[in-house]
Design a binder for this molecule. Sequence first.
Ligand code: SAM
Ligand code: SF4
Length: 328
Amino acid sequence: MRDLRISVTDRCNFRCPYCMPAEIYGEAYEFLPRADILTFEELTRLVGIFAGLGIEKLRVTGGEPLVRNDLPQLLSMLTAIDGIEDFTLTTNGYLLSQLAQPLKDAGLARITISLDSLDDEVFKTMNGRGFTTQRVLEAIQTAADVGLSPIKINCVVQKGVNDHTIVDLARHFKGTGHIVRYIEYMDVGNRNGWRSEHVVPAEEIVAKIDAEMPLEAIESNYHGEVATRYRYKDGSGEIGVIASVTKPFCGACTRVRLSTDGKIFTCLFASQGVSLKDPMRAGASDGELREIITGIWAVRSDRYSEERAASPLGDAAPKKIEMYQIGG
Ligand code: SAM
Ligand code: SF4
């Protein structure tokens, strides 16, 4: 256990069809009531316990983390915890221009901003709200200006939706120091209508970019890194691909996730988590919470992506947690 992701809200200002399709997450959809969401103090306490168990890398995510009120205050509480060496956050960027400096001041080191396409028409479809790229591009610039770097740009690739725009995205960020990471479209959750035919294999993504801007593979930064790295042969930067469908990496997984309502999940594709909130609110000590966590980690045997690759389950697959509840 090295890498902890915490989902600080299950709400979002986008409706990306691959994550929270608008027809399901409409006006009437009931997100978690406030009482079920971990408070800043509870989150800080739990992250402190995780840090004591060896977590070095923390990612704040969601839902859209920037819609959580007073997020900079939470970050300043979390960055004060000893042992976390790498502290980052994933956002869709829509509210980032105003928050980049306060987040930096709160101790955030780096940031990942999702941007699936530079083409406004494609982007409008992929965020499900009809927003253009302008605010996200401005936010990327602001984040760079305040020093939240290196910036990673996440792009989920869906066949027939944005695969014709991936080379443009790479070209735009080549030479800026930002790293575009192309993510194979995954069958997270149960509601995005995923089919394997919608996936563009990472190999194809790399080949398309390489044909115009030659690439070479480079070593991973650390054990358990999910992105496979490539650099431009002309030295003008790098990209990454996350091949979780075509080349699963379950065997090297060091990642644990905490959902908005305080459940611990050992896999993105898990169907059930174990509540830390309930024992914590019932008065459990730090030692007792630590025992629950180590008990779960010791027996974990998740290898969903490897199993999916070996024999696709189709509709027989067990029901899974939705990604926005535990973060990407
Ligand atoms: N709202 C923030 C955002 O979009 O960056 C953070 C949460 S989002 C769930 C985290 C990441 O997961 C995003 O980069 C998003 O594009 C990615 N993601 C969501 N659904 C996905 C799917 N079905 N397959 C692959 N990546 C997905
Ligand atoms: Fe919101 Fe991020 Fe999911 Fe898109 S991927 S709906 S921005 S949580």
